[in-house]
Design a protein. Structure first.
Length: 175
């Protein structure tokens, strides 16, 4: 037999919750604020000696009609109605930025002057967009890693270019 539901209040957000009496003394989680607390009967709730009448079963909600594709809509699904997924932010380019940073280091003397600055600049702009909430934040780690590799590759390219210039200047000065 199922125990009757009792009303309790979340101590964090003060939302009233219906919890079966069998859960009293156990840890429960508020669905609103996700706060975990021990379920206890509210002190403000009036306990009656009579059992509460059972609530009528909820009426089933009507199923929504599937979205019909207009003839002028262009999709890749043919005549099959597929739900459209709306993204609230721009997808991150973490994989591309990380690849550019790795190429800048692995192909050091050849691709570094091009790939290093590209990874650095793209990483800076994507991190700014992620932090502003305009871009998907799941790729922040890859973007940051690619940006750092781009900075290292660019620094190595600048130091190498400087050393080559010094060597050429020394050769002309001595020779």
């Amino acid at each position: 037999m199922e125990s009757a539901a009792e009303t309790i209040t979340c101590p964090a957000c003060k939302r009233t919750l219906q919890v079966p009496a069998s859960y009293f003394g156990q840890t429960v989680q508020c669905p609103e604020c996700r706060h975990q607390f021990e379920a206890k009967a509210d002190a403000t709730a009036v306990q009656s000696s009579k059992p509460r009448p059972a609530a009528p079963p909820p009426e089933p909600e009507p199923e929504p009609e599937p979205r019909r594709r207009r003839d002028d809509e262009d999709d890749d699904y043919g005549d099959v109605d597929m739900p459209r997924i709306r993204h609230s932010s721009i997808p991150h380019r973490g994989g591309m930025i990380l690849a550019m940073g790795l190429i800048a280091l692995v192909l050091f003397p050849y691709a570094t002057p091009i790939c290093g600055p590209i990874a650095w600049i793209m990483g800076n702009s994507d991190l700014a967009a992620i932090r502003a909430g305009r871009m998907d934040p799941t790729g922040e780690g890859m973007v940051q890693a690619g940006r750092i590799l781009g900075i290292i590759g660019t620094a190595l390219a600048v130091v190498t270019f400087g050393l080559v210039c010094l060597m050429i200047g020394f050769i002309f000065w001595v020779g």
